[in-house]
Design a protein around this ligand. Structure first.
Ligand code: CDP
Length: 209
């Protein structure tokens, strides 16, 4: 199990994916986009004609499917890289991600991926700092104003971003929240590069302690 984990959580459009990718590139580490895993399960459930709230059947999909996130996102050999960003998946993913059995299956896989990782790993999602890797070397909570997050998503008004914020923060199992010991970074008006620099600085502080 690698001890070199940087855990990043935050709401939609806070910059997690871009920051995680650039950070991993800069450090020569691997990256894990856990949102892509929930999205892949959602896409597969819809592909099989399941209702997103059919908890038992969707949980079985989560438990039995082969999910790859790199270099492209696929589930059971089917490339869903682009499809997972569609409006139907955007709407259904919060329902699927609120399913405790789906979450248990994803968390188990995420820890197994880290256990197999020979180098460092940047992991981003909603429950990474609080549930999956609470002992990560660096824990970051990214935020940004709703306006800016909606703009980054090319969305006017930010309704769908706000709807997902609400669903993710109010669900019973592993809601999105800032871990007490996470570094909070407001990325409003900051470039991806600036955020990455700040996290690299935090990482260096952990080594010199
Ligand atoms: O990129 P964006 O922030 O829009 O979303 P994402 O990271 O791809 O995650 C999509 C959805 O999956 C979120 O709205 C959450 O409902 C769920 N998710 C989660 O519950 N836990 C995670 N660790 C990652 C994502």
């Amino acid at each position: 199990m690698t001890d070199d984990i940087i855990a990043i959580d935050g709401p939609a459009g806070s910059g997690k994916s871009s920051v995680a990718r650039l950070l991993a590139d800069r450090l020569g580490w691997s990256v894990l986009d856990t949102g892509a895993m929930y999205r892949a399960v959602t896409s597969e459930a819809l592909h099989l004609g399941l209702a997103p709230d059919d908890t038992g059947a969707v949980a079985r999909v989560a438990q039995r499917s082969l999910i790859e996130t790199r270099p492209r996102v696929s589930i059971n050999g089917r490339d869903v890289h682009d499809e997972i960003r569609s409006d139907v998946v955007n709407v259904a993913v919060s329902v699927v991600a609120a399913n405790p059995a789906v979450r248990a299956a994803m968390v188990q896989r995420q820890r197994a991926i880290a256990a197999d990782e020979p180098g460092g790993l940047v992991v981003e999602g909603r429950d990474i700092t609080t549930v999956v890797f609470p002992h990560a070397r660096v824990k970051v909570y990214l935020t940004a104003s709703l306006d800016e997050r909606a703009r980054r998503r090319g969305e006017e008004g930010g309704e769908s971003v706000a709807r997902r914020d609400h669903a993710d923060s109010s669900r019973e199992t592993s809601p999105l929240r800032q871990a007490e010991d996470a570094i909070a970074l407001d990325t409003t008006g900051l470039s991806v590069d600036q955020v990455v620099e700040e996290i690299v600085r935090c990482l260096k502080n952990t080594t010199s302690d």
